[in-house]
Design a protein around this ligand. Structure first.
Ligand code: DGT
Ligand code: CA
Ligand code: CA
Ligand code: ZN
Length: 584
């Protein structure tokens, strides 16, 4: 579930790994420290440790003090806490903080636009300890006169509450994907066929519940195996065709079992979306047919016409098979009827990665390890883009950057099949300026520029800021353009029409950042930008080799944005990419 008090931010990894559990505890520790007003550097130290632990290849619950100290960003104090966890299953200082800060205050920090300090003020001054109370207190004028809470702040908080409510209790896509894969693996040996349907198959950015479909002549053994899975915490309901459970992650999972001959129709039905299915059913009705999860039937005779595969079902409706990410009734039926469905970009189309980090800044792996992992994935090119100096906590200097460039050039000799590009991730300041003068920027092969601060500027200021960065001739790519953090921070407010027009004019690329809590640009804005002729980069923004696996979520997002390989610059051969970056 998306609960900012307990998620591990950008390092959410595979479910149930001990490192992820420990990382989650340190992230929670950091969140709680920041609520108590602890110094920012200390909070960040725990956040960095959480990321490092989440990205560490070895099980941290099996390491001794010496082993723990080899993890980047893990010092004496943090290593001791991990040892504490090994012995007691928790961290004493964390338990103490949990006792001091009511869960209600932690719930307040779930509002994307409300920082921890302000949440604590609301609790201490007004006794507000739930989102509902706060939602009532603002219109009732209870915050009026409270120091640090002007009209603009109140408006921001109300907007944040709205955002929180509209998201509801939805899971991030990586958590849902890994949970679903585990369940499918467990059930497959007992089923004829078994696969994921619903919003997860459509690659939606967040998942309400997981839908799994299986075939069997007798559903009994499958249902029994499903409810007996160790990760099931509660059986919500169980019948012959459908069983619903809640899992350790709080996520609901629905299993539906149909006869083998209904597979295609059932998969089509339970993949949805509802809006898409309404359209396919209408088409069936007009042809004298009835479409249900059991098949496509003749209305007149009741005879089953097809249902074995999805392709059969679509074909009988006069349609080509439609890729699940397009099934939202947003023009895919019309495009299919015209024979104009896009050839969607796929993971295997990607030839390189244009936004990655190392432990020179906040990454947790060395340059050598990141490059080796990138080569092992078969990349044809790979850009190293560590943070620029204006993100002060990263302590970047010109000297460090130039030394890294030398190291990259030296490393190139070992990788004849992968071109190494030396780049940076610049910070777009409130006026749209970036770190470093033009001469220094000119030395990079690729410059990503991103918003990392001042997220709440008004629309006019934010638009000016982004357009200025887009028009900077040294900026090639805008990183995570809306700067949203799903469940934590709202997207920045900008006139996207103006930003996309500027990107098209100046041939500035927009990123689709693969972190499951970013997925930024979001799919609707991707489609919008594409209509302007903008190009995109599908980037991992990896801070550890494990993060390369997130790329598939960015590909899913790109597919929901209707992108073809031609729209995505890192599917291009390096020559074409370089020419585009140069502006030829
Ligand atoms: P979610 O779970 O909120 O992320 O979104 P979905 O799309 O997975 O929705 P869900 O789990 O309620 O249902 C899964 C699919 O099953 C849905 O996409 C289409 C199909 N479905 C469920 N209920 C209905 C219904 O009442 N009518 C139609 N046509 N389809 C339905
Ligand atoms: Ca669902
Ligand atoms: Ca469902
Ligand atoms: Zn960034």
């Amino acid at each position: 579930m998306i609960n900012p008090a307990v998620t591990t931010g950008p390092s959410i990894g595979s479910m149930g790994r001990p490192n992820d559990d420990v990382a989650a505890l340190f992230q929670e520790f950091a969140d709680l420290l920041s609520i108590t007003g602890e110094a920012a550097y200390k909070v960040r130290a725990y956040e960095k440790a959480a990321r490092a632990i989440g990205g560490h290849p070895d099980d941290v619950t099996a390491l001794d003090l010496k082993g723990l100290r080899t993890i980047p960003n893990v010092g004496e104090a943090i290593a001791e806490k991990i040892l504490d966890y090994q012995q007691t299953g928790t961290i004493r200082q964390l338990e103490a903080l949990r006792e001091r800060i009511p869960t209600g205050v932690r719930a307040l920090t779930a509002i994307p636009t409300l920082g921890p300090k302000k949440a604590m003020v609301l609790y201490e001054e007004l006794g507000i300890s739930s989102v509902e109370e706060l939602a009532e207190a603002i219109p009732a004028g209870r915050l009026t006169g409270l120091k640090g809470f002007g009209a603009k702040t109140e408006e921001n908080i109300l907007h944040g509450i709205e955002l929180l409510r509209s998201q509801g209790e939805r899971a991030l896509i990586d958590v849902a994907t890994e949970l679903a894969a585990e369940i499918v693996a467990e059930l497959s040996p007992l089923a004829g066929r078994c696969a994921v349907a619903g919003s997860l198959r459509r690659c939606r950015e967040t998942i309400g519940d997981i839908d799994i479909l299986a075939t069997a002549d007798d559903s009994g053994p499958l249902m029994a195996a499903f409810t007996a899975l160790p990760l099931v915490t509660e059986v919500i309901g169980s019948g012959e065709t459908k069983t619903s459970v809640r899992t350790v992650k709080g996520i609901q999972v629905d299993l539906r079992v149909v006869p083998p001959e209904s597979w295609g129709a059932a998969l089509q039905y339970f993949t949805g979306s509802k809006a898409h299915n309404v359209r396919t059913r209408e088409i069936a009705v007009r042809a004298g047919l009835k479409l249900s999860e059991y098949g496509l039937f003749s209305v007149e005779t009741g005879e089953l016409i097809v249902s074995a595969t999805e392709e059969d079902v679509y074909a009988r409706l006069g349609l080509p098979w439609i890729p699940p990410p397009l099934r939202e009734d947003e023009g895919e039926i019309e495009a299919a009827l015209r024979g104009e469905l896009p050839r969607l970009v796929e993971l295997t189309d990607l030839r390189g990665d244009l936004h990655t980090h190392t432990d020179l800044t906040d990454g947790v792996a060395s340059l050598e390890d990141m490059v080796a992992a990138a080569a092992a994935r078969g990349n044809e090119y790979y850009a190293i883009t560590d943070h620029a100096p204006n993100l002060f906590m990263q302590r970047m200097t010109d000297e460090k950057m130039l030394a890294q460039r030398e190291a990259v050039h030296a490393l190139q000799e070992r990788y004849p099949k992968m071109a190494l590009l030396h780049g940076t991730e610049l910070n777009i300041d409130p006026d749209g300026e970036v770190d470093w003068p033009a001469e220094f920027l000119a030395g990079f092969d690729v410059c990503v520029a991103s918003v990392h601060s001042h997220f709440t500027q008004d629309r006019a200021a934010m638009t000016r800021r982004l357009v200025r960065a887009v028009e900077n001739p040294h900026v090639h790519i805008i990183g995570h353009p809306t700067a949203r953090s799903i469940g934590r921070r709202a997207p920045v407010d900008a006139d996207w029409e103006a930003v996309f027009a500027a990107c098209a004019r100046s041939r500035t690329i927009l990123e689709i950042d693969a972190f499951p809590d970013r997925l930024d640009l979001p799919a609707d804005l991707i489609r919008h930008a594409r209509r302007h002729g903008v190009k995109f980069a599908i980037d991992s923004d990896a801070h550890a080799p494990g993060h390369f696996d997130n790329l598939r979520y960015a590909v899913g997002t790109a597919q929901r944005g209707w992108l073809t390989p031609d729209d995505v610059v890192n599917t291009w051969p390096l020559d074409r990419l370089r020419a585009y970056l140069r502006g030829d």
